[in-house]
Design a protein around this ligand. Sequence first.
Ligand code: ADP
Ligand code: MG
Length: 327
Amino acid sequence: MEGLLEIKGLKTYFFTEAGVVKAVDGIDFQVGKDESVGLVGESGSGKTVTGLSVFRIVPQPGKIISGSIIFEGEDLLTKSEEEMRRIRGRKISMTFQDPTTSLDPLYTVGDQLAEVIKEHQRELSKKEAMEKATKLIEMVGISEPRIRVNEYPHELSGGMKQRIAIARALASGPSLLFADEPTTNLDVTVQAQVLELIKDLREKQKMSLVMITHDMGIVAEMTQRVQVLYAGMVAEVGETHSLFKRPQHPYTEALLQAVPRIDKRKELRVIPGNIPNLINPPTGCRFHPRCPYAKEICKEKVPQLELTDKGHLSACHLWRDLSLSGA
Ligand SMILES: Nc1ncnc2c1ncn2[C@@H]1O[C@H](COP(=O)(O)OP(=O)(O)O)[C@@H](O)[C@H]1O
Ligand SMILES: [Mg+2]
């Protein structure tokens, strides 16, 4: 598959008073043209920071300390802030778990969408941009778009706000969308609708998608390939189908066996033990303190990603000896 985004050796650390938080600690990640890839892991595994790094909007005291982020053949880490502003929104978009972070409470929905549209199509008049905004609102499945276009974010339900945030992310026709837990705060019915919407738009707009989630159910439904992160490192990568059928990393097995939660609002910990402290992560394999299969070598040596099958990689010392259960 032709490459669109290729991240190599990315390290993003937060230099806090308590110490250096190694949030993303040397990850590789690829997204092909027209591909839909899941980035999955429990809360705190480095998913959002990976997205923020691609966007070059890592907040203080965070810093990208090494690696490369090649997008359409060029390294984003060498771009000026001005060049990044053009890439953000126009070519790569991101939606956030909390849609209010991407919407301004002081402006109407229409004004905000029109602003993005005008930024990318300067020749449009205000009226034409508003017309396009209304179309976008309709496209994301909101009824009465002509009324909604004049409303403020606080007048919308959570599901509608997330739809508007998606509309805003798509206003410029990006070739890549990072959707960061877009449905985590929504109830189950609305969640299904928003996922359907993203799927549908992806097909219509021929856009690549990075679906950031902690939910393996969403990965199964939305992605062709999946990358599992644990404590800032890659645990496993593979085609969604084969990774679900034959996981090659104990952490993936644990994620697959995690009990589905009825109340998605709470991120319940479903795998025994804690996500490690990323200032002083465990030695060797970072998962070893929670791993039911861990051996001496797992404490001592950092496992490297190894090819276990075509397109399937695992960073587990023991993958050859284990027979893990799939979903
Ligand atoms: N502003 C920050 N300051 C310090 N640490 C941070 C900051 N933002 C994120 N981190 C740390 O980076 C790690 C990865 O976070 P994040 O990417 O948000 O995880 P995920 O999205 O997978 O839940 C966590 O340990 C988190 O505490
Ligand atoms: Mg996150």
